[in-house]
Design a protein around this ligand. Structure first.
Ligand SMILES: [Zn+2]
Length: 130
């Protein structure tokens, strides 16, 4: 059975909804809905520049399932809030690969916890998902 794919319209609607919910309305958001090269080894990512309140969120429509789309978008948007702190921690970690990995794991763990709490508390209304 072929896997259902996510549509760009749904990605845009969820990103718009969660951007406001997460108080990121004053950030410039560039949203990419396109395949992510395998070398990147991810289904989605966020590149945030908190000093300019700009971020790029990319979602791979061939890798993210409809069931995980909302969580994925919330997750990537939350990285924008955490980026400044993670950047400071990475600066203190310097070139030490172990310290850098500890920072990466701590950032990811925090974002996953926040994502689950927000999605559980405020799942999108059905009309946004259709
Ligand atoms: Zn993440």
């Amino acid at each position: 059975m072929p896997r259902r794919k996510i549509g760009k319209r749904r990605v845009l609607a969820l990103a718009r909804l969660w951007r406001e919910r997460l108080h990121l309305g004053d950030w410039k958001l560039s949203l990419l809905v396109e395949p992510i090269p395998e070398a990147e080894d991810c289904k989605a990512y966020c590149q945030a520049m908190p000093e300019y309140k700009e971020m790029t969120v990319a979602v791979d429509p061939e890798a993210v399932t409809p069931e995980e789309l909302e969580s994925t978008i919330v997750h990537e948007l939350l990285h924008a809030h955490v980026e400044h702190l993670a950047g400071l921690a990475l600066a203190m970690a310097g070139d030490d690969p172990i310290k850098r990995e500890v920072v990466r794991l701590a950032e990811e763990s925090l974002v996953v916890s926040l994502e689950r709490a927000f999605v559980q508390a405020y799942a999108a209304p059905v009309e946004v998902l259709s």
